[in-house]
Design a protein around this ligand. Structure first.
Ligand SMILES: [Zn+2]
Length: 405
């Protein structure tokens, strides 16, 4: 039975692609790769650090509006473009995050080297944003009429400490109208992210009396204390199944070379495929940091309360998994079969975590082309072949939304 229905849907994608309206949309994608890449460069060169996405959002808003979409910005800062279907109660939502991990002042000018574009954020998520712009144009050019409403969103707060606040606001406002969510993040078309990795992020700080490096020598040192804690924590073994990870991502503290610091802070990211394992990892992290401070107290023979350790949550991402028999997954697989694209199922931590944790069908997909070095200053993107990713998104969205004939 399953084979029969899968084959029936396969034919449906071929039929869909041959529909005159859809064919116009696909044709536009084929003819407009250079335009799409231009938009990507323009958007990437507008800085969008965490919590400061508004300027890039405005530029995206203009692009989407130029394709005839009704565009608004919600309270969270999400740029939301709607294309009404005949059934207003059903929504297919496609989102790409506006924010980058790079702080204000980072040089985001796009440079070229051979076929590659080089700039922080060019792939993650310049690709996703360019894909939104291209899909808006392709839908407009196709003049396809759909049953479900198609919503394209440049959303805020995906990276760093944003805590997926943009996607949280979207699932709140659309609620039960969401029939599927696709997060477009990065380029690669060889995966379908169907599982959201749970994560917890913390800022651990240790404070102490501080002092002069010479005259107060022997006082407990918060930097030394937290270093002891980090070393202890890094010795913690994590299982490979469920796959789990930890990272100490930044450290900050102290004022000068000849002062004993009075405070230090580190930021820690913990991830796991399993919430219970993540809970164990968090407990181990708290224990190691407390033990590090205790050891520093003991070595310096200080009073027990000379150092204070505190742990503050910077955000949590819930886990979630798309059921194997979901229509969303079957649709993307059928589109992949039609486009001769090979893809595998992936697990990751993306905007899709939020809808998945609420039982709303969701995936994360790439927008096409190739890229690398994401979250580094050496990030690159090669747009060759990006049409495949865009056609894949176009066919999936239109198929899910249903064509009105
Ligand atoms: Zn991303």
């Amino acid at each position: 039975m399953a084979t029969l229905s899968a084959r029936a849907t396969d034919d449906a994608i071929a039929k869909l692609a041959g529909d005159p309206a859809c064919a116009r949309g696909l044709q536009w994608i084929d003819n407009s790769a250079a335009w799409t890449t231009e938009q990507q460069i323009r958007l990437t060169e507008i800085p969008a650090p965490e919590f400061d996405e508004a300027r890039r959002g405005e530029a995206l808003k203009e692009l989407l509006a130029a394709s005839g979409f009704q565009v608004r910005t919600d309270k969270a800062g999400n740029v939301i473009a709607e294309r009404a279907g005949s059934d207003a109660k059903s929504v297919i939502l496609l989102a790409a995050h506006l924010d980058t991990v790079f702080p204000a002042g980072t040089d985001v000018k796009v440079k070229r080297s051979g076929g590659r574009l080089l700039a922080p954020g060019i792939s993650d998520n310049g690709v996703g944003l360019a894909s939104l712009a291209a899909l808006a144009r392709a839908l407009a050019e196709s003049r396809v009429r759909t049953t479900k409403t198609i919503v394209l969103v440049g959303d805020v707060g995906e990276e760093g400490e944003g805590n997926l606040r943009g996607m949280r606001a979207l699932t709140d406002s659309y609620g039960s109208r969401l029939s599927a969510v696709i997060a477009v993040d990065g380029p690669s078309t060889d995966y379908i992210t169907t599982q959201g990795i749970a994560s917890r992020r913390f800022e651990v700080s240790i404070t102490g009396p501080g002092g002069h490096s010479w005259s107060d020598f022997g006082a407990p040192n918060p930097i030394t204390a937290i270093s002891r804690g980090i070393v202890k924590f890094s010795a913690v073994q994590v299982p490979s199944d469920p796959r789990s990870s930890f990272n100490v991502g930044s450290i900050e503290g102290g004022t000068s070379v000849n002062s004993i610091p009075s405070s230090v802070k580190v930021k820690v990211d913990l991830r796991s495929e399993d919430e219970a394992e993540l809970g164990r990892l968090e407990a181990a992290m708290r224990e190691a940091m407390a033990a590090g401070a205790k050891e520093e107290i003991s070595v310096t023979q200080s009073a027990n309360d000379a150092l204070k350790t505190s742990v503050r949550s910077l955000g949590t991402r819930p886990a979630g998994k798309l059921p194997d028999d979901s229509l969303l997954l079957a649709t993307i697989r059928n589109v992949d079969t039609y486009l001769l694209n090979r893809s595998r199922l992936e697990r990751s931590s993306t905007d899709a975590n939020i809808p998945l944790s609420m039982g709303i069908p969701a995936v994360a997909l790439g927008g096409g082309g190739r890229g690398g070095g994401s979250h580094t200053l050496d990030e690159w993107y090669d747009p060759a072949g990006r049409e495949l990713g865009l056609k894949r998104l176009f066919l999936a969205v239109v198929s899910l939304a249903g064509v009105e004939r």
